[in-house]
Design a protein around this ligand. Sequence first.
Ligand SMILES: Nc1ncnc2c1ncn2[C@@H]1O[C@H](COP(=O)(O)OP(=O)(O)O)[C@@H](O)[C@H]1O
Ligand SMILES: [Mg+2]
Length: 180
Amino acid sequence: MDVAMLTATGLCKTYSTPQGALQVFSNLNLTLLQGKSLALMGESGCGKSTLLQLLAGLEQADAGSIQLGEQQLLQMNDHQRAVFRRQHLGIVFQQLNLIPSLNVQDNLAFQARIAGNHDLTWQQTLIRRLELDKLTDRYPHQLSGGQQQRVAIGRALAVKPDLILADEPLAVWMNVPVMR
Ligand SMILES: Nc1ncnc2c1ncn2[C@@H]1O[C@H](COP(=O)(O)OP(=O)(O)O)[C@@H](O)[C@H]1O
Ligand SMILES: [Mg+2]
């Protein structure tokens, strides 16, 4: 049976800019079924990153609803949204936001530990499949861009998320040996 993982309905987002109000989208609807993937394509500035920020609950929509599994994202308070994000979403954004003071191993484990679902066996599987074996003791500044991306992907997968949100996934996935 087809089960919706994500349903966004009537989403509207307008930014205020020095040139005035900028409507990025209005009345945007999308549905993603469990186990499926969806690629958003469009020219630079059309609103892809903005939509992902809304779906991750990191940016506030002006109107509409976002249902993730059984939960309504926009009806949660900030704390509930943060907990939900940590436990259910894997996020790989363009700014990778690796923690500079943690090595690869600890960057991978960090969010899973906070979420309380760290699984060492799964982490080792990810390290192997992302070909990070030789890099586990290195710090982010000692890695290439592609290696850092692989760590960010591993970190997103380490929490065993229900949904992965990835910005500019081609730039990311092309560096992932296991995905080729
Ligand atoms: N924080 C912001 N304040 C004002 N305008 C923004 C902000 N973030 C993005 N924008 C504008 O919103 C539009 C959509 O941006 P974005 O979602 O980043 O596009 P894309 O990811 O598709 O390239 C662009 O015109 C961008 O300049
Ligand atoms: Mg973008």
